[in-house]
Structures are given as C-alpha cells and as structure tokens.
Ligand binder design. Structure first.
Ligand SMILES: *[C@@H]1O[C@H](CO)[C@@H](O)[C@H](O)[C@H]1NC(C)=O
Ligand SMILES: *[C@@H]1O[C@H](CO)[C@@H](O)[C@H](O)[C@H]1NC(C)=O
Ligand SMILES: *[C@@H]1O[C@H](CO)[C@@H](O)[C@H](O)[C@H]1NC(C)=O
Ligand SMILES: *[C@@H]1O[C@H](CO)[C@@H](O)[C@H](O)[C@H]1NC(C)=O
Ligand SMILES: *[C@@H]1O[C@H](CO)[C@@H](O)[C@H](O)[C@H]1NC(C)=O
Ligand SMILES: *[C@@H]1O[C@H](CO)[C@@H](O)[C@H](O)[C@H]1NC(C)=O
Ligand SMILES: *[C@@H]1O[C@H](CO)[C@@H](O)[C@H](O)[C@H]1NC(C)=O
Ligand SMILES: *[C@@H]1O[C@H](CO)[C@@H](O)[C@H](O)[C@H]1NC(C)=O
Length: 484
C-alpha cells in the first residue's frame, strides 16, 4: 500500500503507461502498472495470430538474475515477483505463433523501488511513541508518519536520515498507525511498512482508600481511557508487598491493625504500564489492647490493665453504667477507676487511640459489678431491758442485710426474715458500748463493702432509756456515706 502523500495510483499508472514501449510497426506493447521493491505488475496487448506469450526480465548490473515465463494466448497480464529491490530490470515480451516463431516483441525498462524499513515501536510515555527501524540498503532518507487508527486528528510526518524517531504530544492509551518508507537518491519512494502501536495509559487518578469494620482496605480509583486492567501494589511498613490485578476500578486488601501501608495503582494496556502516580500511605486503626483485665479491688474501685499494642499512641478507658460514665486517658497500660457507684454494673472498655485514625471502636468490653450498697437510715430502738431493734432502709438493689453488734464481750449477729428491713437482737449484756454495722449479707463481695457504723451504749440499771450516739456522717461525692 502506498501512503496517501505519495503519487496516487492513477499518476503511477500514467507514469508507467508512458514507459510502455511499442514494438516497431506491429502495435504490440508491454506496460508496467505497479511496482514494489520485489515485484512488477505487467500487461501486454493481444497480438493477432499469437498462440502464446513469453516474458523475460533481466536485472541490469546483476549478473545471472533473470526471469522467464510463458503464457497461453488468453493471458495478457502477469506479476514478476522475487525481484531485487532498487534494481533496474530490462523487460521483454514476445508474441509467439503455434510454430514457435516470434511474431512481435516489445521492451521496457523498469526499476524496482527500495524495500520497506522494518519498524518496531514502543510507548515510553503515555503521550509518546518511539519508532525505530532497520537501515535500508541504498536509502537516502526515510519518511515516517503517524496518525490515530480511528482516523481522528491529523497525521504527523517526519523526514529523517536517522533510523529512529519519537512522536510526542500524543493521546494516552490510544492506538496509532505508523507508516514508514525509504527514498532513494533520486527521490523515488520505496515500499511502505505499517505498524500499529498504542500509547501507554495515564496513571489512574482519584485514588481513595477506606478501611472497613473488619479492618480490610478498599482501594478505589477512576478508570482511565483504554486501560485494560489495573494492578495495585500495597506494601506494608514491615516490608511485605502484595498486589491485586483487576479489570474493575477497586480492590480489597486484607490489612492488619496498626500498620502503615504504601499504595500505588497502575493502569495497563497492551503497550505497558502507566507511569507511577502518587504513592499513597494509609495507617490502619490501632489494634485493640490485648490481655485486657478489669478487676474489682475494693467495693468502688476497678483496676484495669492491658498489654501495649501496635499502632496505639494512647488508650482510653471507659467504664459505663446506666447512669454514669467514668473515663481515663493515658499512654500507660493501666488505669484505676475509683469512687464508682455501689451496686452498679459497669461496662469497662479500653480503646486504643492513634492520631491518624482516632479510636478503634471495635474493642471488646468487660462487665464488672461494684460492691453492694450499704443501707441508709439505720435507726436503733430499745427492745425490753436488754434488747435492741435495728431498722434500715434498703438500697435500690434488693439486698439482704446482716446486722452485727460488736461489743467488748463479743459479737452478736442477726439476719432478718426475707423482706423485712429490721432485725432484733436480745439478751445483750448491759453496760457495754456496741458498734452496730448493717452490711449486705448475701453478696459474695460483702467483705469489700464497709458500711458506716453506729455506736450504741447500753447502760446497766438504767431501764427506760437507750442512748444512741449517732456518729457524724457525711455524703461523699461518689454517694457513699462516710462516718467518723
Ligand atoms: C520529505 O522528503 C520528501 C522527499 O525529499 C519531500 O517530498 C517531502 O516534502 C518532505 N516532507 C517533509 C515533511 O519534510
Ligand atoms: C538524528 O539522531 C541524532 C542523534 O541520535 C539527533 O541528534 C538528530 O537530531 C537526529 N536528526 C533528526 C533529523 O531526527
Ligand atoms: C476524578 O473524579 C471526577 C468525578 O468523578 C472526574 O470528573 C475526574 O475526571 C476524575 N479525575 C481523574 C484524574 O480521573
Ligand atoms: C494481570 O492480569 C493480566 C491479564 O489477566 C496479565 O496479563 C498480567 O500479567 C497480570 N499482571 C500481574 C502483575 O500479575
Ligand atoms: C503519608 O502521606 C502524607 C500525605 O498524604 C505525607 O505527609 C506523609 O509524610 C506520608 N507518610 C509517610 C510515612 O510516608
Ligand atoms: C481494631 O482492633 C481489632 C483487634 O485488635 C482489629 O482486628 C481491627 O482491625 C482494628 N480496627 C478496626 C477498624 O476495627
Ligand atoms: C480522652 O480522650 C478522648 C479523645 O481524645 C476525649 O474525647 C476525651 O474527652 C478524653 N477524656 C478525658 C477524661 O480526658
Ligand atoms: C459495653 O459497651 C460497648 C461499647 O460502648 C457496647 O458495644 C456493648 O454492647 C456494651 N455491653 C453491654 C453488656 O452493655
């Protein structure tokens, strides 16, 4: 095929037509219609009385290279092939009768053209194509042209004596058709070589990285024109690299808590890989504290401890009950939550925190109940001459209470019948001073609860009066009664 910039077939035909040589007086002629570097297409006229035609082609300047062919009387055309490029051939056609006599002959001279430069091409950038070719014997120069295969845009053309050329300012990911030919010293163009090459795609843009609940990373990007597939490389800060190969515009990666990942996305087509765009980094949420313990160390104090974890810059400890929340932020791996409400279940959680991701909100929690509440409004009444009735108001929790009377001659205990909020102790020795303590009885954490005390003095011989010496009590911030 000839490039459009060269002589049109019609012009070529006229040129070659002019070279047709009529044999003198006979009207027999041979014409050249088309020429390449290795072939010459011939036509000859019908000659009356001929029963066959014979064609010979002899290369000038090349010893021993000639072709001979015979044709029947109906064949008036032929293509001479396997010719030597850029070589002048003397062509002779003869009309022969059935006895072998030559009735007429015609001659012409025709040179083959230069052979085509064999091209190769690649796309070093998304907007350029580098073309190179093998040198062509006897070539004075080369013309290389390029245009979009879909016919859009204009053709770029370059004359050069070099054997390479780079076309730039092209469209990314686009298929181009490249043609090249050599020309000879006398300016005749040689055979064309055609090559299709695509530019590499642009780097994908709009890259976003998200972390899901389960700690997987979702990387997504904008598709690029003519990108056939995408490869995402993810390298973690411990050096491990994984990749994902997809024709979609997103990819999931399994990630671990507390790591930083470096992410790059490339688009590929047949021409190769897009240039390296931005390398993104993403730090995943810190890991949850491991070895997490929450222990009640006294009725209102919980000691929380844990092991340090990857990615955590700080820890937030939260103890939440239905009516209050206690917080503690620290870089240390322990926290003491004190002055908690009595008889309350706390949901204790330690969240790890990093500047980049904030808190990891999926950390497990532990349930811790504080010690049972003491009763309020403890009142003492005399019962007969040597007895005492202890009254109290039960706390919101339904708790059983036990009353202890500590005196110098011993301790007296009573447990009320279920549902009652008083209890009688009789036959206690008079003339002693007793400390009365009403404390939660059924709770296994009882020992942790220290309830306020009351002092009672039962004086001998005084039969009509009970002195209750009420201690001085105050209500603490945590709602605990402190008596002295
Ligand atoms: C390339 O060279 C050919 C032959 O010398 C000439 O006809 C043509 O105009 C040149 N084209 C350019 C773009 O220089
Ligand atoms: C030919 O190549 C040389 C070096 O490779 C370069 O300097 C020169 O500009 C090129 N000439 C043309 C016409 O492309
Ligand atoms: C990014 O996304 C916007 C909106 O979807 C789009 O218009 C733009 O072309 C994208 N940019 C790149 C570089 O892909
Ligand atoms: C990605 O997939 C394509 C097509 O399936 C394949 O040709 C290419 O080699 C793969 N690339 C990598 C890095 O695995
Ligand atoms: C992560 O990316 C940000 C910009 O997005 C940059 O400021 C920071 O230095 C990067 N971190 C690392 C460790 O490369
Ligand atoms: C939170 O911590 C857990 C346990 O350490 C971990 O599996 C998870 O990936 C972390 N991140 C998020 C967002 O939950
Ligand atoms: C603990 O840190 C978190 C996050 O920075 C903050 O919201 C909270 O108020 C802090 N709590 C205390 C008690 O400092
Ligand atoms: C404890 O708190 C966490 C986080 O606030 C919550 O997810 C969990 O359901 C709570 N557990 C209970 C038993 O209340």
């Amino acid at each position: 095929m000839r490039g459009s910039e060269r002589a049109s077939p019609l012009v070529a035909l006229l040129l070659h037509g002019l070279r047709a040589v009529l044999s003198a007086n006979t009207g027999f002629s041979v014409s050249v219609y088309d020429v390449t570097s290795s072939s010459i297409y011939l036509r000859w006229s019908k000659f009356s009385g001929a029963s066959s035609y014979r064609v010979t082609a002899t290369a000038e300047n090349t010893v021993g290279h000639s072709l001979l062919a015979r044709f029947g009387d109906v064949t008036l055309k032929s293509t001479l092939t396997s010719l030597i490029p850029n070589t002048v051939y003397a062509i002779q056609a003869e009309a022969i009768d059935k006895y072998g006599n030559i009735l007429a002959e015609a001659r012409t001279m025709q040179s083959t053209v230069l052979s085509a430069p064999v091209l190769s091409a690649s796309s070093p950038r998304y907007d350029s194509i580098a073309v190179s070719w093998k040198a062509v014997y006897m070539a004075a120069g080369f013309c290389v042209s390029l245009m979009r295969s879909d016919g859009l845009g204009r053709m770029l053309k370059q004359n050069t004596t070099n054997t390479s050329f780079v076309f730039s300012h092209l469209d990314p990911g686009t298929l181009y058709t490249i043609k090249a030919y050599a020309w000879s010293a006398n300016g005749l163009p040689g055979d064309d070589f055609t090559y299709n090459q695509r530019t590499i795609p642009c780097a994908p843009g709009n890259i976003s990285i998200e972390e899901d609940e389960r700690g997987n990373l979702l990387v997504s990007w904008s598709r690029v024109n003519f990108g056939h597939y995408y490869v995402v490389f993810v390298k973690s800060d411990d050096g491990l690299e994984v990749y994902c190969n997809t024709s979609r515009a997103q990819c999931y990666f399994q990630s671990d808590c507390g790591f930083t990942y470096f992410i790059s996305v490339f688009a590929y087509n047949k021409a190769g890989q897009s240039p390296l765009g931005d390398v993104f980094n993403y730090t995943t949420a810190p890991c949850c504290p491991s070895d997490f313990r929450a222990v009640l160390v006294s009725s209102d104090t919980v000691e929380v401890s844990w092991a340090p974890v990857r990615g955590a810059e700080m820890y937030e400890t939260k103890a939440a009950s239905w009516r209050d929340t206690v917080l503690c932020n620290d870089t240390a791996t322990a926290c003491t939550l004190s002055a908690l409400r009595c008889g309350t279940r706390y949901n204790v959680t330690v969240y790890s925190f990093s500047e980049a991701r904030g808190s990891n909100t999926s950390c497990a929690s532990k349930d811790v109940a504080t010690g049972a509440c003491c009763p309020s409004g403890v009142k003492l009444y005399r019962l007969g001459s040597n007895g005492i009735r202890v009254h109290w108001r039960a706390s919101e929790e339904t708790v059983s209470y036990t009353t202890h009377l500590h005196g110098s001659k011993g301790t007296f205990t009573c447990t009320p019948s279920p549902g009652l909020s008083y209890c009688d102790i009789t036959e206690i020795p008079c003339g002693d001073v007793y400390t009365v303590v009403v404390s939660p009885a059924t709770d296994r954490r009882m020992k942790l609860t220290f309830c306020p005390k009351k002092i009672y003095s039962a004086i001998l011989d005084v039969t009509d009066i009970v002195n209750t010496i009420l201690p001085k009590c105050s209500l603490s911030e945590a709602g605990k009664v402190i008596c002295t």
